[in-house]
Ligand binder design. Structure first.
Ligand code: ZN
Length: 659
């Protein structure tokens, strides 16, 4: 699957971030029409870049402008190279996070240069340039920028999830202005009271403001909020429409343009339904206000885009898993009355990313399952995709970090991982997504909400276990999905390594695990470790003061995965909240302190960054001289800084808010 070994995925590393590159497998072999379609959709994916910066925090665009302006001065005038590096690092972090708050923790991060340095650089700015941004006297403007960048207590967190505070007031994002959490909630509750059985996602594409005691929404649309960027998105969508692959895809684009033009959320639902029904075309994309993680109230969608092309080979494998859904259900170790009588696999598409934009860039998901609206999912289903070339880059990069060598017990384990790691991981994902989530049934009257805050951890645990259990089934070899069960062995040992140790590198010293996927991994690993202790299924070993977890009995481990799957399915089927709580709190939340410290120390010696993002390829149209595109090329040599500066120059479609 990895076709070219000379393609270097590693770009650079700074702060806690590693930048990689991904390749569009098979791009050169695509037809001209498809290349054009990808190019136009890619332009639409980049055109909305400024929107996300502004949504994340209202002064992000201004701060980005200011940083880029001082960078162009400092890079030629500053003699202190260390200082220049500190400015570059901070600027890269702002680009990476689309703002001044960490993309993952959402805490404001502070540069390594001093306030004095920053003041000096700001003084170098032309008065004229400052006037573009502000009507404040220059001294006051400088004070303002200094406090925005240097003071961690000013707008400290982008998304606040704490209890007993006004979440709207405590969050620095730009979705609300002048309203309290109570006001926002009653505003939307009033709307929800009018809902029928096909409710729109209220507030998804608006900013809620209170002016002169009146609360109203500013809609993201043509002639509304974000007009400048949305107009450009529509321009490129219009062009892509002309080369759409199918009529259904034309319909998708038409509905999306209509939604962007009117701001009508009904149209967004229609677009989402048309999109999930579009199954024929090789080229596909998402573009819009979609995920709501950036809003503590879970209503406002951040703008994102992903342009992609089908990976035929991998899709065939995923379909094979999906087509055998009933076999998996029949052979699942869960109780008979918790099984589905008739189960249908989800047809998952495996794709290669072509362009990442907005909230998918530079940090990108490795899988997407949309649309989000519950009623659409129930009535029409959903479309699930995994990003093959992104996973591939992650994997290739991981082989060179020394991470596996550090945490694997011996050379044999390392060698097997290098041989099968990518294949093992892909298959686990297919099983998790195509059959895992869809398996099992609820007893009458039981709802997913019964598990409350533990619902998502239990659900991910269930899907992961389903995958782990079946990975080691002869059926996998029979279906031709893996050459031998050695692939399962690799998945088992890497899953245990990760769940018990490696993933702890993402947790700050002294903290516990909060994130759902991390909780589910530790839960599974700790549980099977404990239950298998007597029979030494997984051995904790020590060498040179370092801890290792070694799987010594694959067959028994599989039995344990099956046993836990049975219990987790029971919890879900019966809606057993107390059991869910006990399982998650006992195994998934608390971190083993000494082990955590050890992992942090070993990890830090490797000099690795815990977060990864990507630079995009450069797609360039080739013209025949008469305005016709005769080819589109993809190249992979642009640096992170060059790409960001180019994007700021070419896609600067929104004005920074003046101060
Ligand atoms: Zn999942």
């Amino acid at each position: 699957m990895i076709q070219e070994n000379n393609f270097d995925v590693f770009v650079e590393q700074f702060a806690d971030i590693r930048i990689l590159r991904y390749k569009i497998n098979g791009f050169d072999q695509l037809s001209l029409e498809r290349k054009k379609l990808l190019y136009y959709l890619s332009e639409a994916a980049l055109a909305g870049r400024d929107i996300l910066f502004d949504q994340n925090y209202k002064h992000n665009l201004l701060i980005r402008d200011v940083l880029e302006a001082i960078y162009s001065l400092v890079s030629t005038r500053e003699d202190d190279k260390d200082l220049l590096l500190k400015l570059e690092t901070y600027m890269k972090r702002v680009w990476f996070s689309s703002g001044i708050h960490h993309h993952y923790s959402t805490d404001k991060f502070i540069p390594e240069f001093s306030e004095t340095d920053l003041r000096k650089w700001l003084m170098w700015l032309d008065e004229e340039v400052v006037r573009k941004w502000s009507s404040l006297p220059t001294g006051e403007f400088i004070d303002f920028i200094v406090s925005e960048i240097m003071d961690a207590s000013v707008n400290a967190k982008r998304v606040c999830q704490a209890v007993d505070v006004d979440l709207v007031a405590a969050s620095a994002n730009n979705f609300y202005e002048g309203v309290t959490q109570d006001e926002a909630e009653s505003f939307y509750n009033a709307k929800k009271e009018q809902d029928g059985d096909e409710p729109v996602s209220h507030g998804l594409n608006t900013r809620l403001v209170k002016e002169n005691d009146v609360i109203s929404e500013q809609t993201y649309k043509v002639d509304g909020k974000y007009h400048g960027a949305i107009k450009r998105i529509i321009y490129w969508l219009d062009k892509s429409r002309e080369v759409a692959e199918t009529d259904q895809q034309k319909l998708v684009i038409d509905l999306l343009i209509n939604h962007y033009t009117t701001g009508d959320l009904k149209k967004f639902d229609e677009y989402s339904i048309a999109w999930l029904k579009e199954q024929e075309a090789m080229v596909d994309f998402i573009n819009g206000f979609i995920e709501v993680y950036g809003d503590p109230l879970g209503m406002k969608g951040t703008w994102e885009s992903l342009v992609n092309v089908l990976d035929k080979q991998e899709t065939i494998k995923a379909r094979l898993v999906s087509e055998n859904a009933q076999w998996f259900e029949d052979h699942s170790p869960v109780a008979e009355n918790h099984k589905k009588k008739k189960v249908q696999g989800v047809t998952m598409k495996v794709i290669n990313a072509v362009m990442l934009g907005g909230d998918c860039y530079p940090a990108t998901p490795i899988g997407i399952n949309l649309p989000n609206a519950d009623w659409i999912r129930e009535k029409h289903g959903s479309k699930s995709v995994t990003l093959n070339n992104i996973t591939e880059s992650h994997h290739l990069a991981s082989l060179k970090t020394g991470l596996i060598e550090e945490f694997a017990w011996d050379e044999a384990e390392v060698a097997k991982y290098k041989k099968h790691g990518a294949l093992a991981d892909n298959l686990h994902t297919h099983l998790h997504e195509c059959v895992g989530h869809g398996s099992g049934s609820m007893l009458p009257g039981v709802k997913m909400e019964d598990l409350k805050a533990y619902g998502s951890v239990i659900e991910e645990t269930r899907a992961d276990l389903f995958g782990l259990y079946f990975m080691a089934d002869e059926k996998m070899v029979e279906l031709g999905l893996i050459p031998s069960l050695e692939v399962a062995e690799v998945q088992y040992s890497s899953y245990i390594r990760n769940g018990l140790m490696v993933q702890l590198a993402r947790i700050k010293k002294g903290d516990n695990i909060e994130q759902a996927h991390m909780r589910n991994r530790q839960l599974i690993c700790k549980w099977v470790y404990e239950k298998g202790q007597e029979k030494h299924v997984i051995e904790q070993r020590e060498r040179d003061g370092k801890t290792y977890f070694v799987v010594t009995d694959q067959a028994q481990l599989r039995e344990l995965f099956g046993a836990l799957l049975k219990e987790v399915q029971r919890i879900k089927s019966e809606g057993d909240y107390l059991a869910a709580q006990k399982l998650v709190e006992t195994y998934g939340v608390e971190v083993d302190r000494p082990l955590h410290d050890e992992v942090l120390e070993r990890y830090s010696k490797l000099g690795l960054a815990p977060y990864t993002g990507f630079v995009n390829p450069v797609l360039a149209p080739v013209s025949d001289g008469e305005g016709n595109i005769v080819d589109v090329t993809a190249s992979y040599s642009e640096s992170f800084t060059d790409q960001m500066l180019r994007y700021s120059r070419d896609y600067h479609h929104l004005e920074a808010q003046r101060v």
